[in-house]
Design a protein around this ligand. Structure first.
Ligand code: IPM
Ligand code: MG
Length: 361
């Protein structure tokens, strides 16, 4: 029997509720007997601040290094919003990404046929959409030095962040994008602002050189990030894989997510070098306004777990099966409040998890 260890960091807000449905699914998998997934729990975000005063404790981080993969719910909430950057829930997530060197963030934006009307764009523009954003996750302006706010002493202050990339940082994430493109539509669009930024020019040159040396069979084009933002609204199906830096990727992936009209459906994976545990989390946040009410959509967290099965546990067939079950549940008209439509049946978080298990059976 193949066995894996999974760290579960439920986090804040709706995180624990959506994760409970993943636990049910793991219970179902373990009961089948051919795969054994051992779970352990840890605190992150506001939950960790409340318990230990820090958004990710050292003991939790060390345990994260020893498991095969990590599932994360969501972090943040108004309770912790005013604190210094390093004492906010988000800092726990950034620390985990950085410490494990999870440099490639995969964010698929898929429009499910059953949800095509949920998009704010016309159905004819988004129907069948299936794009993958590969966002660089451990470099760029999020981590560049120098950074800070300094007092200039003349009544003025100066805020500084630094956008910085090296050859190897660009190439390793580019390689992930090209390799994934080969298994999909075989096309990569690389986005930067090389018209105004040296780091963007280096990005374009390194991606071009990598393409020429190792991936000439994959179609490559380059786009300025602002144009990409526009093209995502104008004609999103022109894209297959988009590879971009940390900040542009943060923004473009939110835009791509909204094309689908259903943030509650979108999973993500953050991957590092081989042998590093992958981190899997829904794209949505902690949604404090609906936390604890059984209203949250658990499907993004469940689909993130399917990515975990595919990328960290090499269980592609089981991942496919779970993704098909999600389609089936939606096609049968089962909906949480966020994706409710006329004629469908509105269910709670846990009833959605049950419907998924029913469909898997
Ligand atoms: C994301 C989020 C994070 C980011 C925040 C919570 C730090 O927006 O994962 O996209 O900016 O990377
Ligand atoms: Mg974001």
């Amino acid at each position: 029997m193949t066995s894996f260890t999974l760290m579960i960091l439920s986090g804040d807000g709706i995180g624990p509720e959506t994760m409970a449905e993943v636990r049910k699914l793991i219970g179902w998998i373990n009961a089948r007997g051919d795969l054994k997934i051992g779970m352990q729990d840890g605190l992150i975000g506001g939950a960790a601040i409340d318990a230990h005063g820090v958004p990710l404790g050292d003991e939790t981080l060390e345990r994260c290094r020893t498991v095969d993969a990590i599932m994360l719910g969501a972090v943040g909430g108004p309770k912790w919003a005013g604190a210094a950057y390093d004492k906010r829930p988000e800092a726990g997530l950034l620390k985990l990404r950085k410490e494990l060197d999870l440099f490639a963030n995969l964010r698929p934006a898929i429009v499910f046929d059953a949800l095509v009307e949920a998009s704010t764009l016309k159905a004819e523009i988004v129907k069948g959409l299936d794009i993958l954003i590969v966002r660089e996750l451990t470099g760029g302006v999020y981590f560049g030095e120098p950074r800070g706010i300094e007092d200039l002493g003349n009544g003025e202050r100066r805020g500084v962040n630094t956008q910085v990339y090296t050859t190897s940082e660009i190439r390793r994430v580019g390689r992930v994008a090209f390799e994934l493109a080969r298994k999909r539509g075989n096309k990569v669009t690389s986005c930067e602002k090389s018209n105004v930024m040296e780091s963007g020019l280096l990005w374009r040159e390194e991606i071009t050189a990598l393409h020429k040396a190792e991936f000439a069979d994959v179609a490559l084009d380059h786009m300025y990030a602002d144009n990409c933002a526009m093209q995502l609204l104008r004609n999103p199906r022109q894209f297959d894989v988009i590879v971009t830096d940390n900040l542009f990727g943060d923004i473009l992936s939110d835009e791509a997510a909204m094309l689908t009209g259903s943030l509650g459906m979108l999973p993500s994976a953050s991957l590092g070098a081989p042998g590093t545990p992958g981190l899997y989390e829904p794209v949505h946040g902690s949604a404090p306004d609906i936390a604890g009410q059984g209203k949250a959509n658990p499907l993004a967290t469940i689909l993130s777990f399917a990515m975990c099965l595919r990328y960290s546990f090499d269980q592609g067939a089981l991942a496919d099966r779970i993704e098909r079950a999600v389609h089936d549940v939606l096609n049968a008209g089962t909906r949480t409040a966020d994706i409710m439509a006329p004629g469908c049946r509105e269910v709670s978080t846990s009833a959605m998890g049950d419907a998924l298990l029913g469909s898997l059976e």
